[in-house]
Design a protein around this ligand. Structure first.
Ligand code: ZN
Length: 185
């Protein structure tokens, strides 16, 4: 079991478009397992590879009874734009906002063995897929805010005391984990 430190803002890896996973990577199984271990350890409903510093198009999820991982995902959205339920992000700790998301989504890709996979969700699950997919394009949920929530998030993220908190969260976590960095690139 390997729990990796979760990268937090303003780490540039969170703002970088992730690369597609090429066929035949031998370390894929370990990476996916480490992502599940990390997601479970922090109690997240989803985790994208850039959040552990790996610039590859993979995310894991465990939301409303659906658990899985998807590699090189394609996202399709439908339904209406809604702001509930709210959203948080392991990489933007301590905050919670209500960005607009489509009420339904389907994520399609392959699993670690190269088999096609497809997952469909509504509500929180649909939101989770859209949130994790955004991470692969270097986009954070706070980018999708408007009005007062947008102003509030910008104020918080500029606040040196907020960045000190995220920095120390990161450092504390880094001390307690059995890091296996460097194996994925
Ligand atoms: Zn996130």
């Amino acid at each position: 079991m390997t729990v990796l430190p979760v990268r937090t803002v303003p780490d540039p890896v969170l703002r970088t478009v992730a690369d597609p996973v090429r066929d035949g990577r031998r370390d894929l199984r370990r990476l996916v397992q480490d992502m599940f271990d990390t997601m479970d350890d922090v109690g997240g409903v989803g985790l994208a590879a850039p959040q552990i510093g790996v610039g590859l198009r993979i995310f894991t999820f465990d939301v409303e009874g659906q658990r899985g991982h998807v590699i090189n995902p394609v996202l399709e959205t439908s339904g209406e734009l809604v702001t509930e339920p709210g959203e948080g992000c392991l990489s933007v700790p301590g905050l919670r906002y209500h960005p607009e998301r489509f009420s339904e989504s389907v994520i399609t890709g392959v699993d670690q063995d190269g088999n096609p996979v497809s997952y469909r969700g509504e509500g929180l699950t649909a939101r989770c897929f859209q949130h994790e997919f955004d991470h692969l394009d270097g986009r954070l949920y706070i980018d999708r805010l408007s009005g007062e929530e947008r102003k509030d998030s910008r104020r918080k993220l500029r606040d040196p005391s907020y960045l000190r908190i995220t920095g120390s969260t990161h450092a504390e976590r880094a001390e307690t984990i059995n890091s296996s960095f460097g194996g994925y690139r």
